[in-house]
Design a protein around this ligand. Structure first.
Ligand SMILES: [Zn+2]
Length: 113
């Protein structure tokens, strides 16, 4: 008898949890629907996605030059890491892919280094 009562209690707790979760889900759905309907947030979302896409897809295409970007993703001099690059400086670097031979690499330089 006592066991049956406990089971009933557990079921009602489960029901409350289910309805709470369902209410929360409904709230989230409604919130997102409202958020998407706002053209301002839609535009902001597009910009965020575009920025992420450019960072992921376009960034690596620069290859070596990608390394000479500061935190704001602006190009910096590859020697002082401070000033804006004005020209590209040729340097020789050992390349494992080319059988440990020297290969020319272009490093952005501010012109004062
Ligand atoms: Zn420099």
């Amino acid at each position: 008898m006592g066991q049956r009562q406990m089971r009933r209690g557990a079921i009602s707790i489960q029901r409350v949890l289910d309805s709470t979760a369902e209410a929360h889900r409904r709230y989230k759905r409604k919130y997102m629907r409202r958020w998407r309907a706002d053209p301002h947030s839609c535009e902001r979302e597009l910009h965020t996605r575009l920025r992420a896409h450019l960072a992921r897809r376009v960034g690596p295409m620069y290859g070596e030059r990608r390394l000479y970007l500061n935190r704001q993703r602006r190009p910096v001099c590859g020697f002082c890491w401070h000033r804006r690059p004005m020209k590209l400086q040729e340097r020789l670097r050992i390349s494992e892919e080319a059988g440990n031979e020297f290969v020319k690499v272009l490093i952005p330089c501010c012109g004062e280094c």
